[in-house]
Design a protein around this ligand. Structure first.
Ligand code: HDE
Length: 677
């Protein structure tokens, strides 16, 4: 990525340091002559207090850790740019949404919610999708998730939700998992969670990649144009690779084989120059239409079905640069839904209102004081001036004697300015009401959209939801909680609840007729974009493989941007029958079928029983996880009978035809109609 022209990168460049090839000094710049031995009174004597180098080094080390985020602790981030397709002038005065020729630098952090900073990444969880736009008018943070709704309707319940989902306090188990008593007890006793829980039990909660998931602002925001006219708006990120997920058995195994699976995938993509793209979409509702829906548009447990309120695609974000230092950038970045710019404003969504308090508050403990906005990653790219002063770690050297307003000694500057000059003016919504601790009746339908979500799922997606409930509730010790949950979800779909009840040994709820027949095809991942681009294929070969044929396949895969991993027994080169050689990228030991999207058994001779055993394991796992399998030459001999006529298993004679069909099958992501038992 070019530094030039990207204001954020130019700014960060001033803070980047390269220690390689340099002489070692203390933090005071004193050159050191020795870094291995502390200063002692005699070679075998005690360390001296005077050893400033030892003290500095150890003290710094002792203070290296900061508190992890109370939620979203495990995350990974990248830099990029946002470009607009068409001016949004009619809807918003936000400067970065006016001119399609302007590129806005962004920083995006993806995260899981429940796990601690070192937890595995492919757990069943919501994913955070937080974007900081460094605009000319200040930072705009779109702090969203990969699920468009939330568990609760009022921010005051957030500590309860998080206490319930985090490891239980008496034994700190289980890590990064909702499959335990307290989470499900919370669900059953806070039924507003029903819709979100359906998403949480669906494939959305185990994404194949950060690059293959949607992002949602969740709340309803406002766009306000330069005439002061407002629209309600919801934000969407749509990945250009489509929305794709893992299967649960695979996700669990990846947690052990590669706990860094998602960050590695993002990191490697960017390093390879296969930049990561999402389109930004907005759903817009006229102010006058606020009450025209059968749900309250301020209720964060509701989505706006795309078929009713279309998503207008307005721009594209490209992530094209990895961080230089995870702590300095990813860990220290401070997002806040309250970081907005003129032309964008809040609504009275009670969840959003509470978030506006929480995010600064949490940075104060996490980043150690009120000056976190001065950390390089958090600085806006436009100038900032006010009368705030001092505090831990203050970096700005504010000149002059005046730090108050109003004043005459500095001509009453810095000065607030009018809207015409770019000053932020809150949208003047008329508010009337009694001061109450209550929830509007319009927030009380907890099940209609949960049922709509269920109705929108394809058959395999519905099966995955039933399996997910059965797994999660199967881990719940309290039979009463299991029963309560099943009873609750019979309000979503009775058959689903009955299937779960059967799996977990509780009384099936009585049959209930739901009158909700609505579905939203946009919610099913079966209707998503499909492309083989950047998929990872394991190519398994033995000695004396057919060189020319394998090269036909490899070239065809690479031409589609598919990543190829040549796998065999040992590292080194492997010889084809024509004498050519291929370098092995991974061995059966270092790779694993769960880390790959598809397998190609290209033949050759392993020469021993271990090779056959390993190939069989790779095949069985790939088959079980509905992945594309290709075989040619001697590779065909490994196929079990159940695999031969199965969907997504491509068996080749003509090598060109095989390559074509194999890629077609990889494009499908998974072959759900395959019978795996
Ligand atoms: Fe957050 N959330 N949240 N949240 N959230 C935090 O802020 C909070 C909610 C989201 O990569 C914390 O800096 C409350 C919804 C993301 O750094 C904290 C409520 C959505 C991230 C906090 C919510 C989110 C956070 C912890 C209930 C989707 C990670 C560390 C009203 C729209 C950002 C931090 C990153 C992080 C509070 C609900 C998304 C404690 C009180 C809804 C992506 O401030």
């Amino acid at each position: 990525m070019k530094e030039n022209g990207n204001k954020k990168q130019e700014q960060l460049e001033q803070f980047r340091a390269n220690d390689q090839g340099k002489e070692m000094t203390t933090n005071q710049g004193l050159k050191l002559s020795e870094d291995e031995f502390s200063l002692k009174a005699g070679e075998r004597g005690p360390t001296l207090m005077e050893d400033f180098h030892f003290r500095e080094k150890i003290t710094h080390f002792d203070h290296e850790r900061i508190p992890e985020r109370v939620v979203h602790a495990r995350g990974f981030a990248a830099h990029g740019e946002f470009e607009l397709y068409e001016s949004m002038k009619d809807y918003t005065s936000a400067k970065f949404l006016q001119d399609p020729s302007v590129k806005t630098p962004v920083f995006v952090r993806f995260s899981t919610v429940a796990g601690s900073r070192g937890s595995a990444e492919t757990v069943r969880d919501v994913r955070g999708f937080a974007t900081k736009f460094y605009t000319e008018e200040g930072n705009f943070d779109l702090v969203g998730n990969n699920i468009p709704v939330f568990f609760i309707q009022d921010a005051i319940k957030f500590p309860d939700l998080i206490h319930a989902v985090k490891p239980e306090p008496h034994n700190e188990m289980p890590q990064a998992a909702s499959a335990h008593d307290t989470f499900w007890d919370f669900v059953a006793n806070n039924q507003e969670s029903a819709h979100m829980v359906m998403w949480h039990m669906s494939d959305r909660a185990i994404p194949r990649s950060f690059r293959m998931m949607e992002g949602f602002g969740v709340h309803t925001f406002r766009f306000v144009n330069d005439q002061g006219k407002a629209h309600f708006v919801k934000f969407h990120w749509k990945p250009l690779l489509g929305v794709h997920s893992l299967v649960w058995d695979e996700a669990q195994k990846i947690s052990g084989k590669d706990p860094d699976f998602h960050r590695r995938d993002l990191w490697e993509s960017i390093e390879m120059g296969k930049y990561v793209e999402y389109e930004l979409g907005v759903q817009l509702i006229e102010e006058e239409e606020e009450f025209s829906f059968d749900f309250d548009i301020l209720d964060p447990t509701k989505l706006w079905p795309e078929e009713d309120v279309p998503v207008k695609i307005i721009g594209k974000m490209t992530l094209n640069r990895n961080v230089d230092n995870v702590f300095a950038e990813t860990e220290q970045v401070a997002f806040h839904p309250g970081h907005i710019v003129p032309g964008i404003d809040f609504t009275n969504d009670p969840l959003l209102q509470g978030r506006l308090f929480s995010y600064t508050d949490t940075q104060l403990i996490r980043l150690g004081g009120p000056n976190f906005h001065e950390l390089p990653i958090n600085r806006p790219v436009c100038p900032f001036h006010n009368n705030q002063r001092d505090g831990y770690g203050r970096q700005t050297i504010n000149k002059g004697q005046v730090s108050y307003h109003n004043n005459s000694l500095a001509n009453n500057t810095p000065t607030p300015v009018s809207a015409a000059e770019g000053g932020f003016v809150h949208y003047q919504e008329k508010i009337e009401g009694h001061k109450v601790r209550r929830r509007s009746d319009s927030f009380k339908d907890h099940f209609s959209q949960a049922t709509m979500f269920w109705n929108s799922m394809s058959q395999p997606e519905q099966m995955h939801i039933i399996d997910a409930f059965s797994f999660e509730l199967g881990k719940v010790m309290s039979k009463s909680v299991r029963q309560q949950v099943v009873d609750m979800f019979s309000n979503v779909n009775a058959e689903m609840a009955a299937a779960v009840a059967d799996a977990i040994g509780v009384t099936p709820p009585g049959a209930k007729e739901s009158n909700i027949t609505k579905s939203s095809p946009a919610l099913s991942q079966l209707n998503t974009k499909k492309t083989p681009y950047t998929r990872k294929v394991g190519v398994i070969i033995g000695h004396d493989f057919n060189g020319p044929d394998i090269h036909v396949v490899l070239n065809a895969l690479k031409a589609e941007g598919i990543e190829v991993q040549i796998i065999s027994e040992k590292f080194g080169n492997i010889k084809a029958s024509d004498g050519t050689e291929l370098m092995i990228d991974q061995t059966f030991l270092t790779s694993d079928p769960v880390l790959l999207d598809a397998i190609y058994i290209g033949g050759g001779d392993g020469g021993n029983a271990k090779f056959n055993q390993d190939v069989t394991y790779y095949l069985e796992e790939a088959f079980k996880h509905f992945k594309t399998i290709g075989t040619t030459h001697e590779g065909k001999n490994f196929l079990k009978e159940k695999m031969v006529n199965s969907s997504g298993v491509v068996i080749g004679n003509d090598i060109h035809q095989f390559a074509h069909k194999f890629i077609e099958a990889i494009t499908m992501h998974r072959h759900w109609d395959r019978k795996i038992v």
